[in-house]
Design a protein around this ligand. Structure first.
Ligand code: BTN
Length: 265
């Protein structure tokens, strides 16, 4: 089991986060949200070895390997500025994960807009940011992160196996989870500091690591779908795509984003 002192030991700033570890919870996001709503708990982080109801975006299930093999955790942070800019938290977290995984060569992480980290063509990590207004003038934000670290991919449900990878599989090395957790938290501290004044730097770096860039894709938006080519990221992290006929779409969210072999036009 992860040891909070072991994580603290590897942190650049041991006082930056208040670390807790649980053997099992339903969802670390739910636990941290509940706690933050009641007590306020900025800077608290809860790691769990197992989640009985781990959640991904859009109501998807988040499955992980055997207890002791992956990282599943949530961090309570102060939401930045006005509610309209809270989506920045997902991009800032993606940057932190990208930077943390780059410390494990030959891993070359790319960000599949907006909340997945890919290595080669497979997902290694996902982000679920949840925000809430408490009363009229303050909000809580929880950043949930799942990373496939040392787990056997055979432990994942078959529908995920072909689309997932782990840091161990990519490096052929058993990863020290406490050190990795500390690297992620350090990079998160650093990238959160880029809010709000230097957010353009987040976007600049994410552009360089844009998994979808130049690829044909289909996005689901409510009842409809659109196809096109991803051509850029917007200043707030929007996905910019060009559709048939050269129309540009600027999407701040989508229900599903999938690569396709070629657009149907
Ligand atoms: C996604 O890929 O859609 C996001 C996955 C986020 C999973 C993490 S695991 C820790 C935290 N607790 C949850 O219930 N979900 C997030």
């Amino acid at each position: 089991m992860l040891d909070p002192d072991g994580i603290r030991h590897h942190l650049a700033d041991a006082g930056a986060w208040e670390i807790h570890v649980a053997s099992e919870v339903e969802s670390t996001n739910d636990a941290v949200l509940t706690f933050s709503r009641e007590k306020g708990s900025m800077g608290s982080v809860l790691f769990a070895e197992k989640q009985s109801a781990g959640r991904g975006r859009r109501g998807n299930v988040w499955s992980s390997g055997a207890p002791g093999s992956d990282l599943l955790f949530s961090c309570a942070v102060r939401p930045p500025g006005p509610a309209a800019s809270w989506s920045r938290l997902t991009h800032v977290t993606a940057l932190a994960l990208k930077r943390a995984f780059e410390r494990y060569p030959p891993v070359r992480p790319l960000v599949k807009w907006p909340n997945d980290i890919y290595v080669k063509e497979k997902k290694v990590s996902g982000i679920l940011v949840e925000t809430e207004m408490c009363g009229t003038n303050h909000g809580v934000a929880v950043i949930g992160i799942g990373v496939n670290v040392n787990g056997s991919l055979d432990d994942l449900p078959s529908e995920f196996r072909s689309r997932a990878t782990s840091l161990r599989a990519e490096t052929q090395t058993l990863i020290n989870r406490e050190m990795l957790a500390a690297h992620i938290l350090d990079h998160l501290t650093e990238s959160l500091r880029l809010l709000p004044g230097k957010f353009h730097r987040v976007i600049e770096e994410l552009r360089e690591a844009h998994y979808l860039l130049g690829k044909p894709l289909r996005v689901r938006l409510g009842q409809g779908t659109r196809e096109g080519i991803a051509i850029d990221l917007g200043p707030e992290g929007e996905l910019i795509m060009e559709t048939h006929g050269g129309t540009r779409l600027c999407l701040s969210s989508a229900d599903d984003v999938r690569l396709i072999s070629r657009p149907e036009w």
